[in-house]
Each structure stands twice: as structure tokens, then as C-alpha cells.
Design a protein around this ligand. Structure first.
Ligand code: ZN
Length: 273
């Protein structure tokens, strides 16, 4: 009698799991007739509102302009529309940057202040730009959130949005997407006349000095040694345009001075510093 009951429970559980698994495989978003551009636009705005409520935006030209100049060089030399990218800089102590829906690129101040030169900074920007151009952001958001995407979009639920921004700022892309972003970023940098070696240097330094925090661009899958090998391989294949710097020495110094004045050099600075 007990044996029969246990069998029935086991069969029911297996049935439930198989139905649940099948439902997870369905691309619900594609089945619903939606205006993708509209949903992305709205979601991008909500994600940015949620992020900027946690991290203060920096609008000072001494900081934003040099980053903007790098992004503009990357776009113009690769046939990409610069105006469609929404660049935002926030005051945050983790050396991170990430791409959000509706072509947002959010850059943390620590990434800028701790970049040794423009090549390091440009490497990370090119990586995030590649995630946008290769449609990684939308396809992953769609896959990760499924139908709850619509509930978030319709309700603007704060907790769910905070969770989504956390996902976007961490390593949530697949191994294939990270590899594609790395190879594409090398091509972008070569076309822009910026040495892609900066990304490798930055990655090596972060892996040696890192405090365990993993920013989006340092995704652990594939691991960083593998990623450096991929970047080096891609560098061999790309034809480097004549190298020319983007940020003037004066502008670079002004940018560093800004952080020297208001942000401690210590890595232990808080989010609101
Ligand atoms: Zn990435």
C-alpha cells in the first residue's frame, strides 16, 4: 500500500518536473505579438532609473567627455551609430561596466579612475559595445526573464528591476557570447587605431589584484586565461589601423584630477563616495 503511494508520488513528481522543464524551454516572448523596440526602450529606461537610484550619476564633463570620445571613436571607425548608444557614468567602487537594454552602456567611476591608460578603458567599452551590437543583451534578457519580462515592464516592480540590473552587471552571458564579444571588441579596437593589448593588461591586473568581485567584462566563463588567449588570437588576425590616441594628455590629467579630488584612491570607497 505504502509502496504504491510512493510510486504514485514519484510518478507525479516526475510528471511535474517534465512539464515544468518543457515550459522553461518555450520561447514565450516570441509567441507574444509585441513591439520589441518599444519594450526594449521602456525596459532600458526602467533599468537605468533603478540603477541610478542606487548609484549617483556623474555628469561632469572632465569625466564624461573622455569616455564619450573613446566611444565615439569606436563607433565612427566601425560604422556604428554613436547617437543610438546611451552612455552613463555612475559613482561606484567596483571596476565595472555593463550594457543594458535599449543600448545603454553604464560605466563605473572606479573603472575610469583605475584605468592606467585609454587603451584599458577602450578595451572594456569595446567589449560592452560588442554585447550590444551582437544582440547579446536582448537575447539574454529575453531568455533569462521569459514572460516575467512583461510583468516587470508592465508593473515597473522595483525589486524585480533591482534583480535585473544585478544580473546585467554580473557575468550572465554565455561562454559563446563572451568569446564573440572579445573577438568583436578586438576588431573594433583595431579599426579604431587603439591597441587591444590594453584589455589584456587590465584583465591580468584585475585577476592578480582583484578582491573577488567579478565585473561583467571579467566574466569567469571562459576563465580569464582562456579569454586572454582568445584576445591574443584575435589580435593576430586583425589589421591594426594607424595608432592614434583619442584622449589628450591634458584631458586625461583633468579626469584623474577629478577623482583625486573627490574620490579616495583606496579600493574600499563606498558606493556613495
Ligand atoms: Zn562580457
Amino acid at each position: 500500500m505504502i509502496g504504491k503511494l510512493l510510486r504514485q508520488i514519484l510518478v507525479s513528481a516526475l510528471l511535474f518536473l517534465s512539464v515544468f522543464y518543457s515550459l522553461l524551454q518555450v520561447d514565450w516572448v516570441s509567441m507574444v505579438p509585441i513591439d520589441r523596440a518599444q519594450v526594449e526602450r521602456y525596459l532600458g529606461k526602467l533599468v537605468w532609473l533603478s540603477y541610478s537610484s542606487q548609484y549617483r550619476e556623474i555628469e561632469d564633463k572632465d569625466v564624461v567627455d573622455p569616455v564619450d570620445d573613446l566611444l565615439t571613436r569606436l563607433c565612427e571607425t566601425n560604422g556604428l551609430v554613436r547617437d543610438s548608444i546611451k552612455l552613463r557614468v555612475v559613482r561606484a567602487s567596483e571596476e565595472n561596466a555593463f550594457a543594458g537594454p535599449d543600448r545603454y552602456i553604464v560605466v563605473h567611476s572606479a573603472l575610469i579612475s583605475n584605468s592606467v591608460d585609454e587603451e584599458e578603458l577602450a578595451g572594456v567599452l569595446a567589449h560592452e559595445l560588442a554585447h550590444i551590437q551582437k544582440n547579446h543583451v536582448w537575447s539574454t534578457v529575453k531568455k533569462e526573464l521569459g514572460l516575467s519580462l512583461f510583468f516587470i515592464t508592465m508593473s515597473g516592480n522595483g525589486e524585480q528591476l533591482a534583480e535585473l540590473t544585478k544580473i546585467l552587471a554580473s557575468s550572465f552571458y554565455s561562454r559563446e557570447q563572451e568569446t564573440e564579444a572579445d573577438c568583436t571588441s578586438v576588431a573594433y579596437l583595431c579599426n579604431a587605431g587603439i591597441n587591444p593589448e590594453g584589455m589584456v593588461r587590465f584583465m591580468q591586473r584585475m585577476s592578480e589584484d582583484g578582491d573577488g568581485y567579478v565585473p561583467e567584462w571579467m566574466s569567469t566563463h571562459p576563465n580569464w586565461e582562456h579569454r586572454i588567449a582568445t584576445l591574443r588570437m584575435a589580435m593576430k588576425e586583425c589589421e591594426m589601423k594607424e595608432k592614434s590616441s583619442v584622449i589628450s594628455t591634458e584631458a586625461w590629467k583633468r579626469m584623474k584630477r577629478y577623482f583625486g579630488k573627490s574620490i579616495s584612491a583606496s579600493k574600499s570607497i563606498g558606493k556613495d563616495n
